[in-house]
Write a protein that binds this ligand. Sequence first.
Ligand code: GLP
Length: 243
Amino acid sequence: MRLYRAKDYNDMSRKAANIISAQIILKPDCVLGLATGSTPIGTYQQLIARYQEGDLDFSQVRTANLDEYRGLTRDNDQSYYYFMYHNLFKEVNIDMANTNIPDGTNPDSAAEAARYDQVIRDLGGVDLQLLGMGHNGHIGFNEPSDAFDKGTHCVDLQPSTIEANKRFFASIDDVPKQAYTMGIQTIMSARKILLLVSGAEKAEILHKALCGPITPHVPASVLQLHNDVTVVADEAALSKFDQ
Ligand code: GLP
């Protein structure tokens, strides 16, 4: 595991964009696993700027997003489809046919999970998986539980996740209670993983995830078992490492 210490959120975003840019330049038709949340927004802005400067070409890039709220349509401004379209896809020359996100409107969770796992297999797997981390250590929407989930599945979101994500919705009642997410095995099958963490409120859980026991109660702790993980975290998020 490589750990890069960034000064702040902007520095973290720049360093992350450097790594993703290198991946795209070295393999123009790479498969990027993409994430949502506030953490990667700065990284996407950096990637857009590099595209605009003529340094990056997304025309052959293929993507598979980690997760999607169950029940939200693509045009709902809180759906992860909407997030990806507005924060990255519409700003670069990616072919939308090459982008993949779980379908939150599929009411058949088993069918959607099987379909999405097949999509990832058909892509030949993920070359570089970008991850943020929830306050409880979740990755994608793999919430703390007694066992690591394998493939794509439907999850019941924990109250703390609903609470953390309510800031994006008109009220807490509007936050979906379920989501489709890649499983831990899907995430661990990526050839490379890039975990981004920013802010003091994630310091304790980041320390647990990287230095504590590997347990499904801290889903991100499983990353200790992957052989190509890069963590870019800012000083605030790394404060527990200094003690
Ligand atoms: C959501 C997403 C995760 C993300 C997490 C953290 O729950 N499903 O993929 O990592 O939020 O979000 P933020 O980056 O806003 O702290």
